[in-house]
Design a protein around this ligand. Structure first.
Ligand code: ASP
Length: 363
């Protein structure tokens, strides 16, 4: 039954994703609401997640229930902020998102932003993979117009759902000139985070998205953007025709490197190894990484530690300094799941040039 549900969800997602042109980027647009010529136009692209879910009265589990238009209709006062158009891209839990679906989303968002009347886009998305999905779009969108990812921790049947206020804040942010040059942001519970630095930090609390040492970009308060910071850096990469396969393997005490060898033998084009501390692995793991390199598979080291970056400090076998000398890429301060997306986009650009590849992780 569960398998049937997932495949139906996947099917409906793909149907929406390919709707209108047979291309994974095309999406279905709804009719614009009555428009006020004095207000900016904002496009809301809906993809699913808890924000669009309700409890099934029979099972008690939250399931996809609301369309993009339903989400917008549930926000009191939205029509006073902007003329909102809705594009329904998919309606899936974000645990079913893939880099290929995000590539299609990039195309759908760029298409919406091409319209000179459109001020920016709000993407509604599940929170579980929002930190990744928003970063993928931050890397690949062509447009510089504001794009805000938004979701909810409480579904639409909760006594106090957070979705409507989050959408109102996101649309307000897009319309504000204070919110310029931030690239893609993740804005929930009033806090504005850069897509590059944001992480989900709490499984069920509405205050879950945080930017760690980097800090928030700003705060939404009484319909205004309070700007705290400029964003630090932004890398832009083109969408390749086909995304390479990049796997993530964790190091841990006593790991034997077999999963790295398995990934290489199963056709990985690149690997992320999540190391300990400032980017160190044990000798078995190091030998497995050398095996990957001998097969032409680039390896990027990240760390399991929440704050700080991977550094070339330790010179013994598997230490960061030794790995750097061996041509293994140190992944800076990106968490593994974001380093994976950057590597997927950078491999086709670098065309085997390891120094060029490493350069993307130093920016
Ligand atoms: N399961 C949900 C999702 O990521 C969680 C959420 O949206 O808050 O789609």
């Amino acid at each position: 039954m569960k398998i049937l549900k997932v495949s139906l969800i996947t099917l409906s997602c793909l149907l929406l994703a390919v709707g209108g042109g047979g291309d994974l980027g095309a999406a279905e647009a709804s009719k614009p609401a009555v428009s006020d010529p004095d207000l900016p136009t904002v496009v809301v692209v809906s993809t699913g997640g808890t924000i669009a879910e309700k409890r099934d009265p029979k099972t008690g589990g939250a399931v996809p229930a609301l369309s993009g238009a339903d989400l917008v209709d549930a926000v009191p006062g939205l029509g006073k902020v902007a003329n909102v158009k809705v594009v329904s891209y998919s309606n899936i839990d974000s645990s079913h998102m893939t880099p290929e679906l995000w590539a299609g989303l990039t195309k759908a968002v760029d298409k919406a932003l091409e319209d000179p009347k459109v001020k920016g886009v709000v993407v509604t998305h599940g929170t579980d993979t929002m930190a990744e999905g928003s970063y993928f779009l931050d890397l690949t969108l062509k447009s510089d117009k504001p794009v805000v990812f938004v979701g909810a921790m409480r579904d639409a049947s909760d006594p106090s759902p957070d979705g409507p206020a989050n959408i109102l804040n996101a649309v307000t942010q897009v319309c504000s000139d204070e919110a310029k040059d931030w690239g893609v942001t993740v804005t929930l519970n009033q806090y504005i985070n850069s897509a590059r630095d944001v992480r989900k930090t709490q499984t069920s609390n509405v205050q879950t998205f945080m930017s760690g040492e980097k800090g928030y970009l700003g705060y939404m308060s009484l319909g205004k953007v309070r700007r705290f910071n400029d964003r630090l850096r932004r890398i832009r990469l083109p969408l390749p025709k086909k995304l390479p396969k990049v796997d993530v393997v964790s190091d841990y005490a006593g790991s034997d490197g077999s999963l790295v060898r398995y990934a290489v033998d199963s056709g990985a084009d690149g690997l992320i190894v999540e190391a300990v501390g400032a980017g160190n692995v044990n000798a078995n793991m190091f030998k497995a990484i050398e095996y990957a390199m001998s097969k032409g598979v680039p390896v990027v080291i990240t760390t399991r530690v929440y704050y700080g970056r991977v550094l070339p400090v330790y010179g013994d076998m598997g230490g960061g300094e030794m790995m750097k000398k061996a041509g293994i890429i140190l992944g800076g301060d990106l968490p593994s799941y974001k380093a994976r997306l950057l590597l997927m986009l950078a491999i086709p650009e670098a065309r085997g040039d390891i120094e060029k590849l490493a350069g993307y992780f130093e920016k």
